[in-house]
Design a protein around this ligand. Sequence first.
Ligand SMILES: [Zn+2]
Ligand SMILES: [Zn+2]
Length: 285
Amino acid sequence: MPLVSLLLAHETALRLAAFVAVFAAMAAWETLAPRRALELSRRERWPANLGVVILNTLLVRVLLPTAAVGVALAAQTHGWGLLNHFALPAWAALAAGIAFLDLAIYLQHVLFHAIPLLWRLHRMHHADLDIDVTTGARFHPLEIILSMLIKFAAIAALGVPPAAVVLFELLLNASSMFNHGNVRIPMAVEPVLRWLVVTPDMHRVHHSVERDETNSNFGFNLSLWDRLFGTYRAQPRAGHAAMNIGIADFRDRTECATLAGMLAIPFRGKRPDADATAPVAGDAP
Ligand SMILES: [Zn+2]
Ligand SMILES: [Zn+2]
């Protein structure tokens, strides 16, 4: 299948090109039609947020040279995983593989909020004092490595085809930058769009300092999972312009907007008011 060999042969170049193109497009959109006024300037947040992206890219290359696609190729060769037990047409295996991985990422995100030790890693993402395109790539290196290992296990267990893995990684990267974007989408389009995909207005609710709002809208690509599992929340109570972004007890710029401060966030002491893992009345189980 030419698509598969094309994707596999140029995976790194494709990923880099997609990242640069989507990043540039979102940054331009944020400048032309911003959704809300930012607390800090780009100059105050972007160096650290982009610094962690470079660090993560280098780290993954060194520590996990076998990329996710390597696991998918091994699963295919050895007949591991659910999808390799059915003689599905290539397009159906591709679609099922992408949908399975999207569900796996949704469930993983719920776990990163529910388990206190995992929340310590994930709270670096939430400690961003604003939300924009760079937040979409701001994850602690330990969270990146752990989620790569979880993804490897999901690919092997589900037998996701290699092409689906490459497409999903491209899609996840692009959609994460899109749904963290500080962009205005026309009022007539947004409600229609969010029936299919997670929109910026939908994911912004997840970055609210209000704990019950943080514990909603866990999806990254399809909005289906939040609707299906009862974690969907349409809008923030305070409205998009007035809502507060971040974590209540992580407001210090040195901690939240410098590379060294951000990397130390998982190792800081417990802050009960900042603990998003405590259950709140009305939350989904
Ligand atoms: Zn989260
Ligand atoms: Zn986020």
